[in-house]
Design a protein around this ligand. Sequence first.
Ligand code: LLP
Length: 416
Amino acid sequence: MDDFYYEGGALRCEGVALDEIARAAGTPTYVYSHAAIQRAYTELDEAFSGLDHLVCYAVKANGNLAVLRALASLGAGADIVSGGELYRAMRAGFDPKKVVFAGVGKTEAELMAGLGERILLFNVESAPELERLERLAARFGKRARVSLRVNPDVDAGSHDHITTGRERDKFGIPIEQALALADRAKQYRCVDIIGVHQHIGSQITKLQPFRDSVERSAGLVEELKTRGFDIQYFNIGGGLGIRYKDEETPTPKELVEAIRPTLEAAGTKILCEMGRFISGAAGVLLTGVVYRKKSGEKDFIVADAGMNDLLRPSLYDAHHEIRAVEQNGSVTGADLVGPVCESGDYLARDRELPDAQEGDLLAVMDAGAYGFSMASNYNSRPRPAEVMVSGERWSVVREREHYADLVKGELVPAFL
Ligand code: LLP
C-alpha cells in the first residue's frame, strides 16, 4: 500500500491533499506519512520474529522529534552517532536502554553523555576509543557496555561514499585485530565487551553482502564466546535499500530469512539499525515551480527547492521520482533545478518530468531519509518546514526557518 497516491488527479498523503499542505505551510516543505513510518518499522520488526531482537532506528536518516517520537512509541531503539543525536533521542522519549552509539570519532564529551544516560551499547570503533572509554568510565564510577564494531571487509556494492565495510574504509576494527583488542580489554575494569557490531553500507540492494558479512562477524561472536566473553548482542547494522527508481530490493523478510540460521546459531539478542528503510519512502519534498526557462536545447524547470534542501541528487547523483501534485498528463524532457548558485544544483537531470509551469507544485518522492537531515543553509537559504500527516490530520513538525535563524549566534566584534 502506498501512502502517497493520486485521487482525482491530486496527489495525497494518507487522507490529506498535498496541495492543501503547500498552500498553508508554503514550499519547500518536507511531508512525512506517519502510517508509512509505522508500516516500515512493523515490517522490519515482524521479519525478525522468532528471534530475540531489537530494531533500532538510525536517527541520522531523519531526526525530527515527531518522527523519533512515533518510532519510540512503537518500541523501537535508536542508533545514534553523535552527542546531538543522543540529545534528540532523549528529547523524543527513547529508552536509553535501547540506544546504541556508533561513530569513529566520539569525543570525551560524547562518551560521557552516553555513560551519563547509561545507554545500551557503545559501538567502539578503535583501540584508543576503548581505552578512553575505560578511563572515563573509571573516573566517573560508571560501567560501559561495549560492542566491538568490526570491519568485515565486504563490499556492499552501493555508492562509494556510503560503502563502509571494506578494509580501506575508515569504519570499524579489522576482524583479525578485534580478538587481540578484546583480550587486551580484559584488564580494563569498567568496560564490558558484550557485543559485536557491523555496518557495511547503505542503500544495499543485494542479499549476498549481508550474508557474507554477517557470516564473518558471527565467526567473531563465536570466537569471543569461546574465549570466555559474555557476548549478548550481535548488531547486524543497517543499510537495507529502498526502491527509488526500479531497483529490486530484498524485503526485510527475505533479508532475515537469508541470514536466520547464522543469527540463530549466534545465540545472542539480534540488533539492527535501519534508517532509510524506515523513513525513506515515508517522506516527500514539496516544491513550487518558480520559472520555466530554455537555454539552447535545454529545458529547465526552476524550483524553489535546491541542493541545500535535498543534497542527494547533487552529492550521489541519486534518483528521486518527481510527481506533479496536480496531474495534467503532459510530460517534458527537462532538468529540475534549484535556485542555488552551483551548476550541480539539481533535483533531476535529463529526465522525463511532469510539464510543470510557473506556480505548479511538484513532489520529490522518497525524500524521508537523508533529506532534511542533510539540509543546510547554503546560499543563506532558510531550511524548509517539515510536516507530518496522520490520517486526515496534519501538523507542522518543524517550522520553516526565518532570516533571523540564519544569523543566530553570529557576532560582530567590537573592533569593527
Ligand atoms: N548504522 C550506521 C553505523 C550507519 O553509519 C548508518 C548509515 C546506518 C546504520 C543506517 O543506514 P541506512 O539503514 O539508513 O542505510 N547520506 C547517505 C546515506 C549515508 C548513510 C550513513 N550511515 C544517502 O543519502 O544515501
